[in-house]
Each structure stands twice: as C-alpha cells, then as structure tokens.
Design a protein around this ligand. Sequence first.
Ligand code: BGC
Length: 354
Amino acid sequence: MKRITFLLFASLIATVFLLGCEENTKPNDWTDQSEVDPEASTDEKRQITIGLSMDTLIEERWERDRDMFKEAVEAQGAEVVVKAANGNDALQIAQAETMISQGVDLLVLVPHNAEAAATIVGRAQLADIPVISYDRLVKNANVDLYISFDNEQVGVLQAEAMIDVVPQGKYAYIGGASTDNNAHLIKEGVFRVLQPLIDRGDIVVVYDQWTEAWMPMHAKENMRAALAANDNEIDAVIAANDATAGAVIEALTEVGLNGQVPVAGQDAELLGVQRVLSGEQLMTVYKSIRSLTEQAADIAVRMAKGEVIETDIKVNNGKKDVPTLFLTPVTVNADNIETTVIEDGFHTHEDIFE
Ligand code: BGC
C-alpha cells in the first residue's frame, strides 16, 4: 500500500504532495518524529536530498568539489547523492534521470556538455525539481541558478601574467573542451588581453586549438603539433588548466624546452603549484573550491526548501537570464604560493615542498 507523505510549508496554506511509495522511503521520507525538535517547523523536519550530477572526477579539483559540497550540505542536515559520468553525455543524462525519478529535491549539475545537458534540465523541470548549474553553465535551458568563478577573469589573469614576461613573441593557445562553456569564457578573457598586442604586431598566435574533453593526452598531441609546425620556436604557452599545462610541459620536455618556455594554467592543482615552484610553469589560477561548495550548498538547501534566491548578476544562456553568482579567481605565482593556496588551506606546506 502506498504511503502518502504530506508536506506542509511552515506558515503557508497547507499544500499536499504525494511523494514516493513504501519501498522508496528515501529521500522523501518523514524524519522519525521521535528524533525531531518539536519546535521545528514541519518543513525543517523533512529530509532534504540534493542530487549532484558531475561530468568527471578526473581533475584533482572535482573530488574536492564532491567531498566539500557533501560536507557542507550535510552540515545543514540535508543529504547528497552523487553520480559522475566519466565524460559521457548519455550516461550523465541517464544518471540524472535516475536521481530525478528517485525524487531528489534539487539537482546540482556540472554539465559535461553545455548543450546536451539541457535535456537534463528539461526533465527536472517537468518533475518540478530546481536545477543549479554548478561551475559550468548549461546553455539553452531553464536553469534556476548558476554559480561559478568569473571564468573570463581566469583567462585575463593568465594572459596578464604571460605578457609581463613575454611582451613580444610567438604564443600557442591550448584551449579547454569546446563543449564546455567555461573553455570559451577563459579564451575570451585571454584574447581580450592579447588582442591589443596582436594588433600592434608584438604577439603572433601561431597555434590555437581546443583540447577534446580537456584530456591531457590531446593537449600533448596539440603541443607537439604546435612545436613541429614552428620549428620548436614558441615563446609562450597559455593552457586552459593545469592538467593540460602539465601535458604541454611534457611535450616541451621531449624537445628539451621545459623551464625555458613559460606556460600558464589554472586550478592550482598540487602538481601545477609544484611546477610553478620548480619554474616549469609560470603561473596557475587558484579558485577557492571551499567557497564555491559552501555557497552552492547553502543556496541549494535554501532553494530545495522553496526559497527564491535573488542575485545582482544575470547571465543569458540562450534561453533565459539566469540568476548568477561569481566568485573571484586569484593568480598564483612563485612569489605568492604561501599567501594564497597554503594560507587558505588548499594545499599544505608539506605537500607542496616535500
Ligand atoms: C573547470 C576547470 C577544470 C576543467 C576541466 C572547467 O569547466 O572550470 O576548473 O579544470 O573544467 O575539468
């Protein structure tokens, strides 16, 4: 026999939802009445469940995103179910559909593919489940909120650091995945800074390619191609993240040029920071995953309880102006490792210097 779950919003007129059946008591089950604070509102007693649908866990950052997000949501008495799709669009859609049919209260989505993920948002909307676009924007979809870093600024920081040390010369640009909206934003930021120098003829971009699925092996192939096409004469490389920067440095190492050609990356991955220290990588960009996950968790739980979140910024995703929150990225170079990633607890002194 079906169990009927009633959801009464605190001070509102009683609204009744039919939620789930006996064998699926989670996530929309009543909390055991004996354990709850009798003072708490009915809404607070219900266990909130957030679905986190991730593209990948390959880069170092994503495991932190997953763990810190879970921790922050749980600290608020809610729970998280996580699925990662290994860069497979069909799998990500199937996993998200499962979470939707299991009745998560809200979906936090890191899309593998900005366009394909619109299917997920559509399905969630049909089930009345709000969607937060996390770190990456889903395009052409009715996303409820977008939270990320200012990705154009990531590119600006990379290019500004690079033109400081290489104001003239041949540049290679190793982009991210063209299916990821962030890759486009980062590139826009980079070229906004480079363009005046390109126009003056000081800088020539001799190579400019996306990296399929952000995979280091493709970035390495790209860098080998860039070197081969230019008789190894490349003065600077801007890579869209630390994983691709690492691959670029491997390709430079093959021709004995590691440490001689400055390379920019982002994410402040441990290996990236260590390469900055050793001089093989010029800089990286630190994005506080702690701040991102804590803010996203707070908003997710509030939205799951029915709160409408207002933001100052809105970003158009092709379908609507999406309420947006941007966090600020920070340059990390050989001079400020201590005062950035170490001080913030992102990496320990021992991990970096061991
Ligand atoms: C993220 C980067 C990450 C890249 C590859 C981008 O969308 O913003 O931090 O390195 O995806 O996963």
